[in-house]
Ligand binder design. Structure first.
Ligand code: ADP
Ligand code: ZN
Length: 728
């Protein structure tokens, strides 16, 4: 611990882990050595509440009389949160209009920090089949093969109740063991399996290696086509951080990508890194938290929440697939992990690498502004070439009735099958059909809680809302007019495409890859193994298959509907379509066999499609950037959405109007609305929205904090701010 300051005596300010409470002052007991950042337990009424000792200047409060202060109860034996991390927390709270407590909760990871060192009892199936079987028990036995965890973790994973798991335990179907949260961690070896880099790769990696040595804040945009070796190159920087005894954080956009990453990392460094994501068991969460806080864990790969962890000596941050929309968190603290990663780099004074084959317009803009340094890898590694991309005009190359695939694409699939090569069909729609419609009365089956259609999932024979998770059995007759046999599935989802493929090619081995089928890193691992073993001929998948994977025998990609992404017309629609299709195209022909990509569209002359066919990425980006500039849209301006929601619509509207009416009138600061939010109803709450548009020079946060802090609204109304919003 490199701290020079003496312990704080007498009075301390504590940020408690409760968003409803502001910071409170406490008395420090004589025998307790607390510092800024120390994690403590403090009394609150009759209860005990965790909190962190904070710099008093950061959160001024009305000082209470020293005699009235209550003493802290406990000091946890974990390193205090560092000053750079505390500054980051303050920045996130202020920038994204979140309470410090809600940011702190991510840092302390729901209890991992407070857990004692008692081992956790975990269970796993032991192969005994209970005499009495129920559908739930069967489901649990099927889903829990090879899984270990606490009873509640197992219940969650198997999607059964805790009572069902307890029943299985009583019936003797589970074995228990004690998982120690403090197991040893093996260090990755920087020289385990070194790779000979190409000249291009070497140039880039040397820059990064020097950056790690110099240890100063600098964001790098590592821009290289898919398969150019971005991962190999940033691994060199990771190796250097390991040599320097510094920690590296690698952020990935999806949990599903963790498993393949772990394997690849192990091949290069001899051991797996530490993982951090929401799918982690309690025992692993505890163990990993302490290991990275103590500095034992050298490399941590994780989802966006890993950004807030208390690393002991972070030396490098890598954000892979940095353009990904999933880095934007939409619940709780609404932050963008790419931006927070850069801020963390700034406070920690370390380099940060944003790797992408299709960088976000915002990141390219930062390069143009001179804030980020651009590192380019222009070509695929080795003999691999970029795939040929061809548009299939669905108005000319017309699919047969009831089919979603153009004849040309079907022929190509057939040829590829005959060659023994693998194919991928991409459609960013889970389930069988996005809409169920009554032919008789025209009724559409909607979610009762959201402004959204219920999506048919034929594999589970249910309709599901993708916004709130509401499910219902597939209805047999129209809920509106009661007509039987009148409900029809409209439009395709991946399950429907897979049905078609099976009909066309009964001999082909198919797989569906969506968050419904790949719901854990282990499942992703199984999928990768099957692909590598050649046990799958045709994959039908959502955006989950578009990134990260490297399958040498995958040579054909079909984009089923290139036009869906362009619907809705939000700011980033064209950019996102381009990124998604370029990414999925990047899965084809990654080794010595050339790849071919067919893009089905009704608008073959749309700029996005043209840019893809011609491989004119820069042309597309420049045009897109110019149109943003012309529209004074981000990154040339700043946006914030104020979302006002309530179960009572009138109350929500009333509050939205009040906020709108009190908006400050300032140059370069405009407020639009209120209007119904894009999802006008979500999880049973009516949502209205005000949109704030500001010049880049305007201090958006300062103005908005001043404005909103003065206002009051009914308790049942929630007012949330979404800074740099994505969905609007
Ligand atoms: P990207 O991250 O840009 O998509 P990868 O790092 O995954 O690219 O590289 C693509 C493939 O090429 C991987 O299988 C990788 O191991 C291989 N590769 C890249 N560079 C080298 C190299 N210098 N030597 C050997 N293999 C390489
Ligand atoms: Zn819903």
């Amino acid at each position: 611990m490199n701290r020079v300051d003496a312990p704080i005596r007498n009075r301390v300010r504590v940020v408690l882990l409760n968003a409803a409470l502001g910071p409170l002052d406490y008395r420090v007991p004589e025998d307790m050595d607390v510092f800024h950042g120390s994690i403590v337990m403090a009394p609150l009424g009759p209860r005990k509440m965790p909190g962190v000792v904070w710099d008093a200047d950061s959160f001024p409060v009305d000082e209470i009389d020293a005699k009235k202060l209550r003493p802290l109860l406990e000091l946890r034996e974990v390193p205090p949160l560092s000053a750079p991390l505390r500054k980051l927390i303050e920045w996130v709270a202020r920038y994204y209009f979140a309470s410090p407590a809600s940011v702190l909760r991510m840092v302390l990871s729901s209890g991992a920090a407070f857990a004692d060192n008692r081992p956790i009892t975990e269970y796993r199936l032991n192969g005994n089949i209970p005499k009495r079987m129920t559908p739930q028990r069967e489901q649990a036995l099927e889903k829990l093969a090879g899984v270990q965890g606490t009873i509640s973790e197992l219940a969650f994973k198997a999607d059964v109740s805790i009572a069902v798991m307890r029943g299985l335990e009583k019936a003797g179907a589970l074995d228990s063991s004690q998982a120690s949260p403090f197991a040893d961690i093996t260090r990755p070896d920087p020289d385990f399996a070194k790779v000979d880099l190409s000249d291009d790769q070497k140039q880039v990696s040397e820059k990064l290696v020097h950056a790690v040595q110099d240890s100063v804040f600098q964001p790098y945009l590592l821009d290289g086509v898919t398969g150019s070796g971005k991962t190999e190159v940033y691994f060199e920087a990771v190796a250097e951080a390991l040599r320097q005894d510094k920690q590296t954080l690698v952020l990935l956009p999806e949990i599903a990508l963790t498993e393949p990453f772990l394997d690849r990392f192990k091949a290069r460094f001899g051991t797996e890194p530490i993982a951090w994501h929401s799918g982690l068991k309690q025992s692993d969460r505890k163990r990993n938290w302490h290991a990275l806080a103590d500095g034992d864990a050298r490399v941590i790969v994780g989802a966006r929440s890993a950004l807030f962890l208390p690393y002991k000596n972070l030396g490098l941050i890598i954000v892979d697939e940095a353009h990904e929309v999933s880095f934007k968190q939409e619940d709780g603290v609404r932050y963008h992990a790419r931006d927070v990663a850069v801020m963390r780099g700034l406070h920690e004074k370390i380099p940060i690498v944003l790797a992408s084959a299709t960088p976000a317009i915002e990141s390219r803009h930062q390069v143009e502004q001179g804030n980020y340094e651009l590192l380019e890898l222009p070509a695929r590694f080795g003999a691999a070439t970029l795939p040929e991309i061809e548009a299939l005009d669905l108005t000319q190359d017309i699919p047969e009735r009831g089919s979603w695939l153009a004849p040309t694409l079907i022929n190509a699939l057939e040829e590829n099958l005959a060659k023994g090569e693998q194919s991928l069909l991409f459609l960013n729609r889970r389930g069988f059909a996005p809409l169920t419609l009554c032919r008789t009365c025209g009724h559409r089956i909607n979610c009762p809680n959201c402004t959204a259609w219920m999506v048919e999932h034929r594999l589970t024979k249910r309709l599901a809302c993708h916004h709130c998770g509401h499910v219902m059995p597939q209805p047999e007759k129209c809920p509106e007019c009661g007509d039987e046999d009148s409900l029809v599935a409209c439009g395709p989802g991946v399950e429907r495409i897979c049905d078609e493929v099976q009909m066309l090619f009964p001999q082909a081995r198919t797989a569906i890859v969506t968050s419904d089928t790949i719901w854990s890193p282990a499942k992703a691992g199984e999928f990768v193994a099957q692909m590598e073993a050649g046990a799958i001929d045709i994959v039908v998948g959502t955006q989950l298959v578009t990134k990260g994977y490297h399958f040498p025998n995958l040579t054909l990609v079909g984009v089923v509907d290139a036009d869906i992404g362009l619907e809705g017309g939000d700011l980033r629609a064209a950019e996102r379509s381009f990124q998604q299709i370029a990414q999925v195209a990047g899965r084809a022909g990654r080794a010595d066999k050339p790849g071919h990509v067919y893009v089905q569209t009704r608008m073959p002359s749309a700029p996005v499609i043209q840019a893809l066919i011609k491989g004119d990425r820069d042309g597309f980006y420049n045009a897109e950037t110019e149109s943003r500039r012309a529209a004074a849209a981000p990154p040339f301006s700043r946006l914030a959405a104020i979302i006002i929601s309530s179960e009572d619509n009138a109350e929500a509207i009333e509050t939205a109007r009040l906020i709108g009416q009190t908006a400050p009138k300032l140059d370069g600061f405009a407020v639009y609305g209120p209007a119904p939010a894009p999802l006008a109803m979500l999880r049973g709450r009516h949502r209205h929205r005000l949109l704030v548009h500001a010049h880049r020079s305007v201090e958006l946060q300062a103005i908005m904090h001043q404005w909103l802090e003065k206002l009051e609204w009914p308790r049942a109304v929630r007012v949330g701010v979404d800074v740099d919003p994505y969905s609007f």
